[in-house]
Design a protein around this ligand. Structure first.
Ligand SMILES: NC(=O)c1ccc[n+]([C@@H]2O[C@H](COP(=O)([O-])OP(=O)(O)OC[C@H]3O[C@@H](n4cnc5c(N)ncnc54)[C@H](OP(=O)(O)O)[C@@H]3O)[C@@H](O)[C@H]2O)c1
Length: 423
């Protein structure tokens, strides 16, 4: 486990943080590997440790520190704000599923804006979360908590002291779902319910739930010539008939979030992004990025020429923070700035990067109505152009070696998009 508990008390303008951690990693200090030591960690412009070890007092740079218990004084340079001559504590928020594709960008953004961030992870020691340890000089403001969303008590520990929670943790399965209940429905629906209840219990003031256009877009009764806005809900029965369990999970979780807000007076806002592309911060490849990699590498699966809605991962992070910080935000927000059908997406990419093979098995389908992001833009959201998202995504995939010439032969379109493509 990472940080299993932490406490904080003001001490004349400074703060004392006591981190009781297991041996692996903790962002309050350097890695802890030697139980039995006590360290005092001063950060006044430069980091130094006073290390009391077998009766010796040693002053040394903090870079190679290790300890089991750490008492950590720090001057709040990163994100700290002065209030009447004293440093005001940073605003504290929690991000569930903090190591994921979108969540990592949100954590990075929050840290850069001076927030103290609690990030929940199912396994903080998993190497797939290593990127969080490299989040620059403000990492002392990042605290990791081990929590499955099905574990209510773990969530309450992570939310303690937080004024806001961003709930992003939901599985986005790549393969065909065999057991809908355990694979998506329970973590999405029961998980969201646990998050909301834990927020109420811990007196969290505002909760942003990341939903999806899967909860907006799959509505066969919506008129084809009318842009879909926040009043449009995907048809749960239609999705169920198509065995589109991910969409069912997102619909039920978002509806339950808004109902919970009404009933219990918790300030909950939901955000509905469509396909999210953009550079990866995490070392693994998430499901929506696999969609774009598949389109570029080509592969055996047939794609429909449907209209895809696309948003940049950095713009999703901006939108999440925007709806959090704007006191007037309420209800749901669509964030779908770009729409392009498969053939046009391939043409655009081919113009930018002619060297790749691309999908060529594309069948025409009926077009559905597009999505409107006007409500979010009205709050001041200014998303990037699609070309920038595509070029930054491709640049990142190239660096990671994901666009090799022969990759197309082994590449598969994630099952989620084969389904969506048929609707
Ligand atoms: N990417 C898109 O195109 C897109 C579009 C619309 C909405 N969304 C929504 O955005 C959110 C993040 O998705 P993403 O694209 O960033 O995918 P991702 O990288 O796969 O992130 C999903 C996160 O959920 C966590 N998670 C899954 N089951 C969990 C559980 N039972 N308890 C705790 N954490 C759990 C995962 O943690 P582990 O690492 O432990 O598995 C992972 O951190 C999801 O809510 C998704 O529905 C994504």
């Amino acid at each position: 486990a990472a940080a299993s508990s932490s406490s904080e008390k003001g001490t004349g303008g400074r703060d004392v943080r006591v981190c009781s951690t297991a041996r692996s990693t903790c962002f309050c200090s350097a890695p802890h590997r030697s139980p039995g030591r006590v360290q005092i960690h001063f950060c006044f412009g430069a980091d130094f440790l006073i290390d009391f070890h077998i009766g010796l007092l040693v002053l040394r740079p903090a870079t190679s520190s290790s300890a089991y218990f750490t008492v950590h004084w720090w001057w709040r340079r990163a994100g700290g704000r002065r209030a009447g001559g004293k440093m005001a504590p940073p605003r504290r928020v929690c991000v569930t599923g903090g190591g994921g594709f979108i969540a990592s960008w949100l954590v990075k953004l929050l840290l850069s804006r001076g927030y103290a961030v609690h990030a929940t992870l199912r396994d903080p020691c998993d190497p797939k979360n290593v990127h969080l340890k490299q989040m620059g000089e403000v990492r002392e403001n990042l605290h990791l908590f081990k929590a499955d969303v099905l574990d209510y008590d773990a969530l309450t520990r992570a939310f303690e002291g937080c004024e806001g929670v961003f709930h992003l943790a939901t599985p986005v399965p790549e393969d065909k779902i065999v057991d809908p209940e355990s694979e998506v429905l329970a973590p999405a629906v029961k998980g969201t319910s646990n998050v909301l209840k834990a927020c109420s219990a811990m007196k969290v003031q505002k909760v942003i739930v990341l939903s999806s256009n899967a909860a907006v877009d799959f509505n066969p009764n919506w008129p084809q010539d009318k842009l879909k806005d926040e009043s449009c809900w995907s048809d749960k029965d239609f999705c169920q008939e198509n065995q589109d369990w991910y969409s069912v999970a997102k619909i039920v979780a978002e509806q339950a979030s808004l109902e919970y807000s009404e009933k219990h007076g918790l300030n909950v806002v939901t955000l509905c992004p469509p396909l999210v592309f953009g550079p990866l911060l995490q070392p693994t490849v998430n499901t929506s990025s696999k969609f774009l990699i598949y389109v570029i590498n080509g592969g055996p699966d047939v794609m429909s020429n449907k209209l895809w809605h696309i948003v940049d991962v950095r713009d999703v992070a901006d939108a999440l923070l925007l709806v959090y910080e704007k006191a007037e935000s309420s209800g749901r927000y669509i964030c779908a700035p770009n729409s392009v059908c498969t053939k046009d997406l391939v043409d655009l990419l081919r113009k930018m990067y002619p060297q790749y093979s691309y999908v060529n098995n594309i069948v025409d389908v009926d077009r559905k109505a597009g999505l409107s992001s006007q409500k979010l833009k009205g709050l001041g959201w200014r998303p990037r152009k699609l070309e920038e998202t595509l070029s930054d995504s491709v640049g990142c995939y190239e660096k990671a070696g994901l666009l090799q010439g022969s990759a197309g032969r082994n590449c598969r379109l994630p099952h989620l998009f084969r389904l969506a493509g048929d609707q």
